[in-house]
Design a protein around this ligand. Sequence first.
Ligand SMILES: Cc1cc2nc3c(=O)[nH]c(=O)nc-3n(C[C@H](O)[C@H](O)[C@H](O)COP(=O)(O)O)c2cc1C
Ligand SMILES: C=C(O[C@@H]1CC(C(=O)O)=C[C@@H](OP(=O)(O)O)[C@H]1O)C(=O)O
Length: 404
Amino acid sequence: MLRWLTAGESHGPELIAVLEGLPSGVPISMDGIRADLARRKLGYGRGSRMKFEEDELNLSGGVRHGFSMGSPIAIRIGNTEWPKWAEVMSPEPTEISDKSRGRSAALTRPRPGHADLTGMQKYGFDEARPVLERASARETAARVALGAVARSFLGELGITLVSHTLSIGPVRVPEDRPLPVPADVDALDADPLRCFDAATSERMVAEVDAAKKDGDTLGGIVEVLAYGLPPGLGSYVHWDRRLDARLAAALMGIQAIKGVEVGDGFLTTTRRGSAAHDELVQESDGIARQSDRAGGTEGGMTTGTVLRVRAGMKPIATVPHSLRTVDVATSEAATAHHQRSDVCAVPASGVVAEAMVALVLAEAVLEKFGGDSVPETKRNLDGYLAAIPSNLRTRGDHASSADA
Ligand SMILES: Cc1cc2nc3c(=O)[nH]c(=O)nc-3n(C[C@H](O)[C@H](O)[C@H](O)COP(=O)(O)O)c2cc1C
Ligand SMILES: C=C(O[C@@H]1CC(C(=O)O)=C[C@@H](OP(=O)(O)O)[C@H]1O)C(=O)O
């Protein structure tokens, strides 16, 4: 069983993440995790905070000499801005000195679209600071660090993930563009919007510039692909074991994600059945699907073809051209509080989505194949693939983890 938790506030001293249930022998490098943390901060349209704040990575449990030991992985991500917030976010009752007076001003003008107002109602606060500190997507740094570990485990089994930006606001990659493959990851990360289509990326940059100029914000859609999966992760036997359901929940659990699609998703609903599914044909090297409309799952299980899921992000709620709200201290009409914000965080959301998919897949792999060490998990996976009768084999099933 794989489980994970994160803790920590946006302007707290550090974020903390724990991953329990990972086998021994997974290569884990500080540089590898740092590289993913850096990817999460990229993306045209991110706010000024991404430039001055640094993620200070500490690995404080579960890893020795570059490999997991089977014990819980404990990760701390220190926040270099903490000294400025030490009084405002002090865990002990503290006098607020003049230098922190501005930062500690009560946030009584809740932002529509953020957690501010409902969070105050629910947890009994008279201002939004304690709400936004945890609702903030700063927390996604902790998930990305865990995702880097999960990805490394999957990599040992020959499973590779790719994420990319499909749309920003109304600007979308044309449907007929080929899917990026693992070899394209560096090029994707080098693109300002993590978009695989250069012409669309240019239009996306212009769209972000236009929104920024208007004091506005943007959302969009990201896609995560997983290559090298075996058939049969997840199950049809119970709703909460369906892999597509678990992926949807994990993606919806990312701040500001409001829609999830598996494969062709909503587009499929516009097709007739005869043009909606992936027909099976016997080839010399196994049964082959003639298309990939389903996105790599049938009956809540991986089919062994490329997994393809999408997450739709709403526009950032902290709109510089502030939205109407109520000052809950006076009940007067007001504009929502705004200090600074991202104009668009869709590229970063792709990296977070990749991390969430990696965690769900790592969990599903361990459920099916178990193993307390990577070699044991590999043996179990290879044994399963080898035992699939030849008449049931789909193309690619034989590519065992030994090839990873
Ligand atoms: C990577 C990332 C960056 C974000 N940056 C901001 C931001 O700068 N300002 C903001 O208001 N919301 C931002 N959000 C979205 C809010 O965290 C989110 O809207 C809020 O927590 C309320 O949750 P909900 O949108 O799911 O209802 C960001 C989300 C992600 C995933
Ligand atoms: C700090 C991060 O993202 C933050 C997520 C966020 C929000 O409301 O979700 C609001 C912004 O923070 P602030 O309001 O302090 O400028 C973003 O910078 C991060 O991703 O590391």
